[in-house]
Design a protein around this ligand. Structure first.
Ligand SMILES: Nc1ncnc2c1ncn2[C@@H]1O[C@H](COP(=O)(O)OP(=O)(O)O)[C@@H](O)[C@H]1O
Ligand SMILES: [Mg+2]
Length: 474
């Protein structure tokens, strides 16, 4: 085995190939570095979704726990078409458009007081994100106060409470009286007994219309009502992450509309975050790794989720985010991402984003970033915690469905323009990442990991990566 071939077993996940002295070299991310997360950016059609699909499929084939959140639905279809037989029973498909036996998804299910407070705060954040993303005052302190008191009221019921019950509290005295019987929190009792009772009717009705209209948006859609109106969620997020299951989330807006799709995404991600934080009670060695991929993430995650990135490593969560423009993201989210991600992958981007990212991608300049050929990307990787200069790589072509005619040969898809002598798995048709192939390489990882961690190998990789930055696709 020559030194280049050795490199392929160092990575837990492969991201593509890079041209190194005329040879195609597999590049990827080591296990440890994955928990510093991946942020990927690029114009539409450059290959972002395909890259995450390929990575997620490697995780799935290797038996890892993973979640893929797809705002369009096509990626989920492709992933579903390639689940290895031995993992089929691990798949949980969340697809709101399948309305025959709708999934239940209740944001307000809680285990302990900490989780209860967290969920109430997040419920408020979700309303900000949906109705007032720029915090212009549409949702304000009064809304928050009503929401917090009402959420705690429905959550006090030992049978559970849902978001859809919240507006009912304000319009149905009997319902409110029934729920208040369970409330032990004096501030919540005071909200109903004093503040609400004393608020003048005209003011109440103005605020009430405003408050309930926000819920009306969900309650009026039959599909959503059936999902978020169920007291018991159909699946337990803790079980998914702690038992290495595969959660595939199809958020295509088709039947449910964009706002509802965003809301479901936000609820799911909040529940995931809550389950991840519950791992604080597990001994560290029992926190099995879990790999989250969120495509077009900007509408699906709250600020709280993003700021958790710095902590999620210790809970064993590796996050992969992507979107099209940095400018889509609020300032605080941008800096949380830039401050936390270990791996930054940039496909071709526009002038504004290039200006913003160039300092992160040095010595690659703005011009380079705007002229990356399609399906190529610059990768600024962290290796064993240390960031290295970016290098140019090419993503793997999407795997074809079995019944889909192959438009072009797999081998060609992988070849770099000036490739002369492919090495290792990249040569010939073996370049396709088949499930078996990846499972085998993942198995090899386990053994190779220790071997690869010798100083000599790491030094070698670093040397190669530093030379790779001069990679040239043409
Ligand atoms: N490395 C690649 N080689 C060949 N085709 C690719 C590659 N990556 C992506 N594609 C194709 O390019 C198109 C756009 O890819 P996609 O991943 O959907 O881009 P994005 O998510 O950035 O919009 C798709 O048709 C996909 O099959
Ligand atoms: Mg995409």
């Amino acid at each position: 085995m020559n030194s280049l071939q050795k490199t392929q077993h160092i990575y837990e996940v492969e991201i593509g190939t890079a041209n190194y002295r005329g040879q195609n070299l597999l590049v990827g991310i080591k296990k440890h570095d994955r928990f510093r997360h991946v942020y990927m950016i690029g114009k539409t059609g450059t290959g972002k979704s395909t890259l995450y699909e390929n990575m997620a499929l490697q995780d799935i084939a290797a038996g890892r726990g993973a979640c893929f959140v797809d705002p369009h639905g096509e990626a989920i279809e492709r992933i579903l078409g390639q689940i290895p037989r031995n993992r089929i029973d691990d798949v949980i498909l969340f697809d709101p458009s399948q309305t025959e036996a709708p999934f239940g998804l209740n944001l307000l299910e809680w285990k302990d007081e900490n989780e209860k407070d967290f969920l109430v705060s997040e419920a408020i954040q979700i309303f900000y994100k949906l109705f007032d993303p720029n915090q212009t005052g549409i949702i304000g302190p009064q809304f928050e106060h009503w929401m917090r008191s009402a959420a705690l009221t429905v959550m006090a019921d030992p049978e559970g409470g849902t978001l859809l019950e919240i507006p009912t509290l304000f319009v149905d005295q009997n319902f409110l009286a029934h729920k208040r019987k369970f409330v032990t929190d004096p501030t919540v009792q005071e909200f109903w007994g004093k503040q609400m009772a004393q608020t003048a009717d005209f003011h109440k009705s103005e605020m009430l219309n405003y408050f309930t209209s926000k819920f009306g948006r969900f309650a009026s859609n039959g599909v959503i009502k059936n999902i978020i109106g169920q007291k018991k969620s159909s699946f337990n997020m803790g079980e998914i992450i702690n038992n290495e299951k595969i959660l595939l989330v199809n958020l295509s807006k088709g039947k449910i509309g964009e706002l509802n799709a965003h809301m479901l995404g936000l609820i799911l991600m909040t529940k995931l975050q809550a389950a991840v934080m519950q791992r604080a009670s597990l001994p560290e060695q029992n926190r099995l790794p879990f790999y989250l991929y969120v495509d077009e993430f900007q509408n699906l995650l709250t600020d709280a989720f993003i700021s958790m990135l710095s902590e999620s490593r210790k809970y064993g969560l590796a996050v992969h985010l992507t979107n099209q423009y940095i400018a889509q993201l609020p300032e605080n989210m941008r800096s949380a991402i830039m401050g936390n991600v270990g791996t930054l992958l940039t496909f071709q981007i526009g002038a504004q984003d290039a200006r913003f990212l160039a300092p992160e991608m040095k010595p690659i300049d703005q011009n380079d970033l705007q002229n990356i050929p399609v399906h190529y990307f610059y990768a600024r990787c962290t290796i064993d915690g240390t960031p290295y200069d970016p290098f140019l790589a090419k993503g793997f072509a999407p795997k074809k469905f079995e019944n889909e005619p192959a438009a072009d040969s797999g081998a060609e898809n992988f070849e770099l323009a000036n490739n002369s002598e492919p090495v290792g798995k990249i040569s010939g048709t073996a370049a396709d990442i088949t499930a078996a192939d990846t499972a085998a390489s993942a198995a090899a990882n386990i053994n190779a990991d220790t071997a690869a961690n010798t100083t000599a190998n790491i030094a070698e990789i670093i040397k190669i990566l530093s030379e790779l930055r001069y990679g040239n696709p043409v």
